[in-house]
Every structure is written in C-alpha cells, then in structure tokens.
Design a protein around this ligand. Structure first.
Ligand SMILES: CCCCCCCCCCCCCCCCCCC/C=C/C(=O)SCCNC(=O)CCNC(=O)[C@H](O)C(C)(C)COP(=O)(O)OP(=O)(O)OC[C@H]1O[C@@H](n2cnc3c(N)ncnc32)[C@H](O)[C@@H]1OP(=O)(O)O
Ligand SMILES: Cc1cc2nc3c(=O)[nH]c(=O)nc-3n(C[C@H](O)[C@H](O)[C@H](O)COP(=O)(O)OP(=O)(O)OC[C@H]3O[C@@H](n4cnc5c(N)ncnc54)[C@H](O)[C@@H]3O)c2cc1C
Length: 664
C-alpha cells in the first residue's frame, strides 16, 4: 500500500535546504553520514527494539540491557566500528546501561588521574571489555559534598596495601551506575589515610567481583539500590550499593597522577592541582550539555510534528479545523524550545572545544584555564539540563492528552532525563560553584587582573553598569550587538550587586549562605549570556545552504528574546531595558514566530531522527498518528483477553451484590 505523508503539505512549504541544515546539526557532512548509517543499523536490528520497554518487569528490562550491550559489543567488533561510530551506536540504542559508566567515566578517570604506568596496565583491559568498571563516588550519606565522603583507604606499610573499609552505614557507596549487577571493577573514591593522617578523597581501582563466576570478592557486599522513577526509563541501569569490610588492594591501585603514596607510606603531592581528582566530572558535565540538545530536540520534534497534525476548533464553512501549531500560545510555548535545542547544540560544540583545549593545556602542565573550564561545564550543565527537563514536560503538555500515553514517547523520555538535573552535580550546587567563580572575578576587577574568556565582558564593567539599551523599534531587537549588550549588562549588574551585598557581611561564608538564592540567579544570567554569545558567534561563520543561516538567525533571536521576556524582571530591575523596550521584545517575538512557522517541520526534520529512535507515535515522520495510536492500544497486555483476569473474582461478585442490594 502506498504510504501517505500526512505532513507533506507542511514539508512543501519549507523555505530552506533541510539537507544542509542536517549537516549543521550533525556538525559535518561526515558526522551526518555516520549518524545516519548507524541509526538505520540500530533501527533494523530486532535485538535493539524498545517499544516494549515500559511494560517489561525490572528483571526482564535489565536482561534486555545485558543482551543489547553484548550484542552492541559484538557488532562493534564485527563491523570494526570506530570510536565515533560506537558512540553513535550507543546513542541510537537509547537505553541507559553499565557500558555508559565503563566508557563514560571509568576509562576517562583512569586516563585523567592514572600515571602512564597505570594507564598501560588498566586501559587495554578496559578497552577490550575484559574488565567492566564503574565510577563509585557517591555514598548513602554524601553526594554533593565530596569532601564529606567516609569510605577509608588506609595504607598498611607492612604489606604494601591499602585497606578499603566502610566504617558507617552512611559510608556505603550508593547510586553508582553499573555497580549493582554488572561491574567487575570500580573506581572507588575514598579518604586516604597514611600513618594516621587523613589526606582527603582520592581514587582507587578496586576489583569487586570474580572474573570467573562474577561472585563478589571476600569482604564485599554489593547489590542494586532498587526501582527508580518511571516505567522503563533509568531502570535499565543497575545503580548499586557497596560496602567494604577491610578489603585489601595493592598500593599501585591508587590513581597516582595527582598525588602518590611511596612504599614507605609517605604521602607526596605533585604540582598538579588537587582539583584534577574532580576531572572526570568536568569531562562528563561537558558531554551532558550536548546530550541536553539531543533530549530536548527529540521532545520538540515529537511536539512539533504532532502539533501540525492535531486540529482543534476554528472550522469555517465545514472546512478543516485549525492546526494547533497555528495557535499563538502553542507557538509561544514551543518555538523557544526549538530555538533552545539549537542553542544547546552550538554551545555544546563550543564546550567540547573548550574541554579539548583545557585537556591539552593540562598535559603541558598549564593549569590556568581549569577554573574557567570548571565554571563553564558546571554552569552550562546546570542551565541546559534544568531547561531540558522542564522543556520535555512542556512538550508533553503541548501534546494534550495523548502526550500522557507512553506510546507518545514523552513520559519515558522525561523519566529517563530528569536525573540529569541531579547526577554529575546537583544543579543548584553547581550554580553556586559558578557564582563563586564570578565573585572572585568581580573582586579582582580593581587589581589589574584582566578577566578573560567567558568573563571578558566584566572588563567593561564600568560601562556595563551605566549603559542604556539602544532599542526604539521592535526590529532593533534583531541586532546581535543590542542583544549582547543587554545580556552583558544584566549579567554584570547582577554579579556586581551580589558582590556589593556580600561585602556587607562579616564573613564571606556567612554572606554566601545568606545570599545564595541571589547568587544562583546571577550565575544563571552569566550562563545564559554564554549560550547567547556562542550562538551569535556561530552565526558569524560561513553556513552554506539556501536559507539555512536565515532560519538559524531567527532561532537565535527567538532564543535570546524569549529569555529577555521570561526574565524581564531582571532586565527591568537592573535598568538594562525600559518597560517600553520590554514590550517591543514581544512584538518582535511574534514576528519571528510567523517567520519560522512555515519552516518548523523542516527544522525538526533536520535532527534526522529515525522513528525507531524517536519511539513516538505522535512524532512519526509521516504524521500518520490516529490509525497507529488506535492500532497500538490493542497491543496492550490488558487487551489480550476481552474479559479481564479477575472478573470472576472481583467484578462479578460486586455486580451480583449490587443487584441483591437493589432488589432489597
Ligand atoms: C554499547 C557499546 C558502547 C561503546 C562506546 C560507548 C561510549 C559511551 C559513552 C557514554 C558516555 C556517557 C556519559 C556518562 C553518562 C552519564 C551518566 C551519569 C552517571 C552519573 C554519575 C555521577 O553522578 S558521578 C558523581 C558526581 N558527583 C558530583 O558531581 C558531586 C558534586 N560535587 C562537587 O563536584 C564538589 O564537591 C563541589 C564542587 C560541589 C565542592 O567541592 P569542594 O568541597 O572540594 O569545594 P570547594 O567549593 O571548596 O572547591 C575547592 C576548589 O576547587 C574548585 N573545583 C571544584 N570542583 C572542581 C572541578 N570539577 N574542576 C576544577 N576545579 C574544581 C573550586 O572552584 C574551588 O576553587 P577555588 O579556586 O579554591 O575557589
Ligand atoms: C540516576 C542517578 C545516577 C547516578 N549515578 C552515579 C554514579 O554513577 N556514580 C556516583 O558516584 N554517583 C552517582 N549518582 C549520584 C549523584 O551524583 C548525586 O546524587 C548528586 O551528586 C547529588 O548529590 P546528593 O544526592 O548528595 O544530593 P544532596 O546534596 O543531598 O541534595 C539534596 C538537596 O540539597 C541541596 N543542597 C545540597 N548542598 C547544598 C548547598 N551547599 N547549598 C544549597 N543547597 C544544597 C540540593 O540543591 C538538593 O536540593 C547518581 C544519581 C542518580 C540520581
């Protein structure tokens, strides 16, 4: 039967080159080719099916994780996939698994914190998957406060070993992904004790399970922490609990790039900053920003396609009703999210560059950009994951009732995504780190230290404290210089106000505690400025393809102006803009919505997601929503029988009883 494209009329209106936009989204022609090929490979392989995930029991679901991971690994070897292809394979399989922690944290931690010798010993085993590792930092009692961890690693000079021990219930390792059932090894973060002295938290490679029969080694208690939020979702992951009872490991299993313990038990600190122990978190936070653009674009793709299919009200003379995407309220909720997905994509690309740059510098013992890399990764991780989690939920609401069905793909996407606001650093805790960095920058302004990188704008603080926004007509809001000036003035004024208020307290710590809510807002303003700046810089590059740059520019303006509208309290209170200019923002936004409206289906098609990856009937490429929703309902196990199990036991006796009561 011929397939009908129910979104064909939408696609015929598109004014730009969608194929060229796909390249921009993927990053390059080659990246698009790889992504496209691997997504099809996954979609066509029955082992990677995922439409049944929300109805599987926990054990069945975990079993699919094991099967999919083993099959993925087999395919990686058979097809000799490159690292990039393997990572795309993981992306399109779309199921959280122990492999993520092995490749995403265990290996990077050894690379970043291990000596050359340690890397030589452990990395080949890990690369060949002859050992499976996880990243065990968080404990039952402490996650955010890493310095508060309680697990101890005490050096025993008699045997040249460390003794790993969990002295309290709260010192139990709790949460590490892959720990519960799959990992054979772990990177354990633990307090280092030598000769009765506590040197703080360090990383140790510890074998947990036998490589022969997978049983826990002596002294180790280990298991899964239990079911988590939502059906399917993150429950494919075996987040674990672990306790040590005086477990001995050789001395050379402490990661010793940052500091060392000698054979005699002497503690030596190298000139590498201590903060490198936190380096793996910087790496993962950077990847999480790019992931945010993927998760948000996925939700937006579903909501956009469905909003073009769905019609409610407004029929005239028996004609079709209005597509809900044509309601201005729908556009006002949806289009800023579409714009954010693109904005996060570009800031993610930049952050990857920043991370690569800082890594190269670290290798050359240049640690000067580490504080900025920490502030940027922490802040942008926080900003993008919070907005993405909220955005996915908004997309669910944008799809009305059908968005609540698991077959819309949105409930599982939300459930699997929201922990990103917590893992790799609670979002508020991370923003407080950014605000510390900002306060330090402000305090150094008068001292001749020139702010650089993302805080360079603070160098013009005197101008930014007084400047006036130069907008008289709505179109003036389209000028990048005007947008940047407004965001810079807002960020600078909020940071300076915090710094001034902090100086009124007798101690810095007291001030930080009291003003933490304001500090978080200043950090958000700074991070939003980074996103806007990086988007504007992206537009300064050559971008080929008919109409592509124009659409990207419109989305950039929507991103920036919708933020000014949302946070107009900040912009007005700090005198960055006037009430008249705030109302012109709205006029300009409406006109931008009209400009992108004919192109929105093209803008989500450019993500190039397969129907398999989207996992959503509402977001189907062909828009054939209603027949497929109807068909899907009959697949529910409840519909296996016409009369439900339990009818004779529960429903029938109740009905009969009511009958008797009625007769009485
Ligand atoms: C199928 C086959 C596939 C094959 C291939 C597949 C490839 C697959 C790849 C998959 C990739 C997937 C990626 C992974 C998936 C993600 C899953 C998530 C799993 C989750 C893991 C976790 O959650 S791990 C635990 C994370 N924990 C945290 O984040 C804790 C948060 N807390 C902290 O970071 C810190 O404790 C703190 C920063 C909040 C406070 O630190 P501290 O108490 O030491 O304090 P100070 O505030 O005093 O800071 C001191 C000083 O240090 C600076 N600083 C702090 N942190 C850092 C840092 N990270 N880097 C650099 N500097 C730092 C701070 O600014 C201070 O500086 P001063 O100059 O002294 O002011
Ligand atoms: C799905 C998932 C996977 C995870 N995977 C891993 C893993 O693989 N390995 C691992 O080691 N860990 C892992 N974690 C743990 C995770 O890193 C921590 O949960 C996270 O760092 C937050 O720490 P916490 O739980 O201690 O939160 P808490 O710090 O207890 O936060 C509770 C509340 O207190 C607030 N708060 C805390 N400190 C402050 C402060 N100084 N100022 C203001 N407010 C504050 C927070 O904002 C939050 O609202 C995972 C967690 C989840 C949910």
């Amino acid at each position: 039967m011929e397939e009908i494209d129910h979104l064909g009329h939408e696609r015929s209106k598109i004014e730009f080159d969608v194929e060229a936009m796909k390249i921009v989204w993927a990053g390059s022609q080659r990246a698009l080719e790889v992504s496209d090929r691997i997504s099809r490979l996954v979609a066509s392989d029955p082992i990677f099916r995922k439409d049944d995930r929300t109805i599987l029991s926990r054990k069945e679901l975990f079993n699919t994780t094991l099967r999919k991971s083993a099959h993925a690994w087999k395919r990686i070897i058979e097809l000799r996939l490159t690292e990039e292809e393997a990572s795309r394979l993981r992306f399109y399989i779309d199921q959280p698994a122990f492999m993520d922690l092995h490749w995403g944290m265990f290996i990077p931690a050894i690379k970043g914190q291990g000596t050359e010798e340690q890397q030589k010993k452990w990395l080949p085993l890990a690369y060949k998957m002859q050992i499976i590792g996880c990243y065990a930092q968080t404990e039952l009692g402490h996650g955010s406060n890493v310095q508060g961890l309680e697990t101890t690693a005490t050096f025993d000079p008699k045997t040249d070993e460390f003794i790993l021990h969990s002295p309290t219930l709260t010192s139990s390792k709790w949460w590490p992904g892959g720990l519960g059932k799959a990992s054979t090894h772990a990177l354990i973060y633990s307090r280092l004790i030598t000769d009765g002295q506590d040197h703080g938290v360090h990383g140790f490679i510890v074998q947990l399970r036998s490589l022969d029969d997978h049983l826990p080694l002596p002294g180790i208690t280990i298991g899964d922490i239990g079911i988590k939020f939502g059906n399917g979702a993150y429950n494919s992951m075996d987040n674990g609990v672990l306790r040590f009872d005086h477990v001995r490991i050789p001395r050379d299993q402490m990661l010793m790039r940052v500091s060392q313990v000698t054979r005699e038990g002497k503690y030596l600190q190298s000139d590498v900053p201590r903060q490198l122990v936190y380096g793996t978190m910087v790496y993962v936070r950077q990847t999480i920003v790019s992931d945010a653009s993927c998760a948000l674009s996925r939700a937006v793709c579903i909501a956009t396609r469905y909003s073009a299919v769905r019609r409610q009200f407004g029929s005239q003379d028996g004609g079709p009703e209005t597509q809900v995407i044509d309601y201005k309220t729908q556009q006002n909720r949806l289009f800023p999210l579409l714009a954010s997905a693109y904005a996060y994509r570009f800031v993610g690309e930049w952050l990857k560059w920043l991370y690569t740059d800082v890594t190269q510098r670290l290798q050359a013992n240049d640690f000067s950009t580490l504080p900025e890399a920490h502030a940027c990764t922490a802040g942008l991780k926080s900003l993008t994951t919070s907005a993405t989690a909220d955005g996915i939920e908004e997309c669910r609401k944008l799809c009305g009732g059908h968005g609540y069905l698991c077959s819309s793909g949105l409930p599982e996407l939300f459930a699997v995504y929201i922990p990103a606001c917590t893992y790799e650093g609670d979002n508020i805790v991370l923003l407080l780190q950014v605000s510390r960095f900002l306060m330090k920058t402000v305090s150094q302004l008068g001292s001749g230290i020139k702010p650089v990188g993302t805080t360079a704008y603070m160098g013009q603080v005197e101008h930014l404290m007084q400047c006036h926004c130069d907008v008289q007509r709505a179109e003036d809001w389209l000028k990048p210089s005007v947008i940047l000036a407004a965001f810079q003035a807002r960020a600078a004024r909020m940071s300076v106000a915090c710094a001034q208020n902090l100086s009124k307290f007798s101690s810095q710590e007291e001030g930080f505690a009291e003003l933490s809510a304001d500090l978080v807002e200043a950090a958000v303003a700074h991070c939003q400025l980074i996103v806007v700046t990086k988007y504007i810089e992206k537009l300064q590059q050559a971008i080929p393809g008919k109409g592509v740059k124009e659409q990207l520019a419109a989305l950039c303006n929507i991103y920036a102006l919708s933020l000014i509208h949302k946070h107009q309290g900040d912009f007005l209170a700090n005198g960055c803009i006037t009430p008249k200019q705030a109302s012109l923002v709205n006029w300009q936004l409406r006109s931008l919505y009209a400009q992108v409206r004919p192109n929105v289906i093209g803008l989500v098609d450019a993500f190039n997601y397969t129907d398999h990856y989207l996992g959503s009937i509402l977001g189907r490429y062909d828009g054939n929503v209603y027949p497929k929703l109807y068909e899907e309902a009959w697949k529910d196990p409840l519909n296996d029988s016409v009369v439900p199990d339990g009818y004779h036991e529960f429903i029938r006796p109740m009905l009969k009883q009511q009958l008797r009561t009625a007769r009485l």
